[in-house]
Design a protein around this ligand. Structure first.
Ligand code: FES
Ligand SMILES: [Fe+2]
Length: 435
């Protein structure tokens, strides 16, 4: 495997060998050296409201059980019985009787993972008293439960830096699921991630949104491990189409751009906010003031609902923070809502992946709406995902197939607009280099 690693590392030329997306050897390297060592999102805290609630987190051929204990603490274990290895629980649910009982010979574990019951125990004379399920590190931030199989890994907050600082004002911990979908896609997990970590493909794949998207102004920023893209930190958002369209100033219709922007946010903005756009458009505000008026209105709407906007500037009201949390989470985060994509290898197959689509929304304290149903799509063509995602998924089929071509060898990335992708590969290589 060492050979595959050296052969497939990203060199100084920045060319990315295609086998990083297509070869079972590289997928095995990731299973061996990346996934067991990195903090990754296993679930949301809200999925474990009560004692004994559990969620299974599957990554490649590994399975981790995340369990809410009697003391309220969340624990994580390798999902394998210490008798003969049987997987203890699947999916999600509640462990009846406050214990984890193996379906095979009935060994029992408490919610903290200690072995508490062995039928015919006297026939296991050498069995130590302190047998436990294989422990996995577990911690929370922003309402997310993270796990890490590496006991020597740095603390979660150190690993996440600077994400907690960037996203703190959005109060992710106060958000709850609006919907939860998982889809199997016919492309490597990184190929799927890449499609949501750059804006370069907007002009090629989604030209229909250029009239209200200034794709050229998107800035990309890489941190030690993570990355982000979106509005430049100190630039104001403006209502401008893509400069690629070469539109004359007098043809720019700010109201239409704002309406397109709000409509394109995929339901992230609520009904009254759409109504506010129409009202402001009809009120005939002077050019250049519409966006500001809308941002103020949106702030009032959110505060009126009880959402604390005190740490957010008006300009953030119409901008997403698109943050890439290494290795596999990305998605736009807005005041009051978020759409997060989590990509995972699908078993050991380099050619398919699981994409979770989590839409979160802010809920007033005391809101007791239950978790929405988790939906699973084994075939992405079974559902209409909306124009933009349909375009992305149709592309990904061709990306994974095309990369296999005998005439194609490595990815040549745009240095600026695809910088987050190259950065991801370099960080992956950092993990793979550790023996
Ligand atoms: S494998 Fe679990 S009790 Fe035997
Ligand atoms: Fe896209």
């Amino acid at each position: 495997m060492g050979d595959a690693r050296e052969l497939l590392a990203v060199g100084d030329d920045g060319l990315v060998p295609k086998e990083r997306y297509t070869s079972p050897e590289f997928a095995a390297l990731e299973m061996d050296r990346l996934w067991p060592r990195v903090w990754q999102v296993a679930c949301r805290e809200e999925e474990l409201p009560a004692e004994g609630d559990f969620v299974e987190y599957a990554i490649g051929d590994q399975s981790v059980l995340v369990v809410r204990g009697g003391d309220g603490a969340i624990n994580a274990f390798h999902n394998a019985c210490m008798h003969r290895g049987t997987r203890l629980a699947n999916g999600c649910g509640n462990l009846a009787g406050g214990a984890i009982q193996c379906r095979y010979h009935g060994w029992r574990y408490d919610l903290a993972g200690a072995l508490i019951g062995v039928p015919d125990r006297e026939e296991f004379p050498g069995l130590p008293d302190d047998v436990r399920l294989g422990p996995v590190q577990c911690d929370t931030w922003g309402g997310f439960v993270f796990v890490n199989m590496d006991h020597d890994a740095p603390p979660l907050l150190e690993f996440l830096d600077p994400i907690p600082k960037l996203l703190g004002p959005y109060r992710l911990e106060e958000m709850r699921f609006r919907s939860f979908q998982t889809v199997v896609l016919p492309a490597n997990w990184k190929a799927v991630l890449d499609a949501f970590n750059e804006g370069y493909h907007v002009q090629g794949a989604h030209p229909q949104i250029l009239p209200w998207t200034d794709d050229v102004a998107i800035a990309y920023e890489q941190y030690d491990t993570h990355a982000r893209y979106g509005r430049l930190e100190d630039s104001r958002r403006t209502l401008r189409p893509s400069p690629r369209l070469g539109m004359a100033e007098e043809d720019v219709d700010e109201g239409a751009i704002l309406a397109g922007l709000v409509a394109g946010l995929g339901g992230a903005f609520l009904k009254e906010e759409r109504a506010a756009v129409e009202e402001l458009r009809a009120s005939g505000l002077p050019a250049g003031t519409l966006l500001e008026a809308y941002q103020r209105r949106r702030m009032e709407l959110l505060s009126a609902r009880g959402f604390d906007v005190s740490d957010l500037t008006p300009d953030r009201m119409t901008s997403a923070e698109d943050v890439y949390w290494f290795p596999n989470m990305v998605g736009p985060i807005y005041p009051g809502s978020a759409i997060l994509f989590r990509m995972r290898p699908n078993g050991l197959d380099p050619d398919t992946s699981l994409k979770d689509i989590w839409t979160l929304e802010w809920r007033p304290p005391g809101d007791t709406k239950p978790m929405p149903e988790r939906r699973f799509y084994n075939d992405w063509t079974d559902k209409d995902w909306g124009e933009i995602s349909n375009q992305d998924y149709a592309n990904l089929v061709q990306v994974q197939a095309g990369m296999k071509s005998r005439g194609f060898h490595s990815l040549r990335l745009n240095q600026r607009q695809e910088g987050n992708i190259l950065h991801m590969h370099r960080v992956i290589d950092r993990y793979l280099a550790r023996p």
